[in-house]
Design a protein around this ligand. Structure first.
Ligand code: FDP
Length: 280
């Protein structure tokens, strides 16, 4: 029940987040803890979700990609939020998302402490994907309310699409070899916001990756806010996730804003990837 209440707060905040975008496409003064410039829209969504999630009795801690410290308010679950994932897409008016992990532990904690995760996709429609109690459900969100459109979501058996982030010359050779074989089988669909790209995989089947890069051996995405919650959703839907050698849920973060290479999708592709990366 309390997890559904957390999901309801996220759903009921989507109109406010969407409505705030028009006037907040400019950069704010600060950087986020990963050293990236923050947009006014990132800061606004972060403050709004902090206030609304911490107001719930079931939530005791709020951590976000946009702030250094964890905000606390008594006992309860720890929520880790990327308030606006893919926010560099605000400028070009392309899709973005919100990502949420509900951890039954003090943060930083491994993905195995997740008891639920969800994401919102701000596309032509606002949709939400939730994973909890072994089930993934997709909703359309209208006027802040969730209407289920797909229950017991599983990755399609016949994968169709792939999307890989980072500059190709920066990919390690073994990842490039894996990518070349994927290109022979699947169709490229890449938009530059993890949530939008992962949602294509959840819809059509396939594989998404933001791999390790030569300049960033740990990749770009953050384990607690992005990698683990997405891994939890994809694995609950029957797919697999990997940091290159193990499930994203098995990584133990030593820092709140730790980065991780992210690979998620149909099991056969993640198996191929791990085989390729481990035969270096
Ligand atoms: P953004 O920086 O626009 O917020 O982690 C954030 C993210 O977007 C992901 O959503 C996306 O997959 C990735 O970074 C894209 O980064 P680059 O355009 O720097 O490759």
């Amino acid at each position: 029940m309390s997890v559904e209440t957390i999901f309801d707060v996220i759903a009921s905040s989507t109109d406010d987040i969407r409505d705030s975008l028009a006037g907040r496409r400019t950069y704010a003064d600060g950087q986020n803890p990963s050293g990236e410039q923050q947009l006014a829209a990132d800061v606004h969504a972060d403050r709004l979700l902090e206030e609304r999630l911490l107001a719930l009795d079931s939530v005791g801690a709020y951590a976000s990609e946009e702030r250094e410290e964890i905000s606390t308010d008594g006992a309860g679950y720890s929520v880790a939020v990327d308030p606006l994932d893919g926010s560099s897409n605000v400028k070009s008016n392309n899709a973005m998302g919100t990502v949420l992990g509900v951890y039954d532990a003090e943060l930083p904690a491994p993905g195995r402490s997740l008891i639920a995760a969800a994401y919102v996709l701000y596309g032509p429609l606002t949709t939400m994907m939730t994973a909890h109690d072994g089930t993934v459900t997709e909703y359309v969100v209208e006027d802040g309310a969730r209407q289920p459109v797909r229950e017991n979501v599983t990755l399609p058996d016949d994968p169709v699409v792939y999307g890989f982030g980072g500059r190709v010359p920066e990919w390690p050779d073994d990842f490039s070899t894996f990518a070349s074989s994927v290109e022979q089988e699947l169709k490229l669909r890449y938009g530059g916001a993890m949530i939008a790209d992962v949602n294509q995989v959840m819809t059509y089947g396939g594989v998404f990756a933001y791999p390790a890069l030569e300049s960033h051996p740990d990749g770009k995405l953050r384990l607690l806010f992005e990698g683990a919650p997405i891994g939890y959703i994809v694995e609950t839907a029957g797919g697999r996730s990997s940091d290159g050698s193990q499930s994203l849920l098995d990584g133990t973060p030593s820092a709140l804003h730790q980065r991780v290479p992210v690979h998620v999708g149909n099991a056969e592709y993640i198996a191929q990837l791990e085989e390729r990366l481990q035969t270096r």
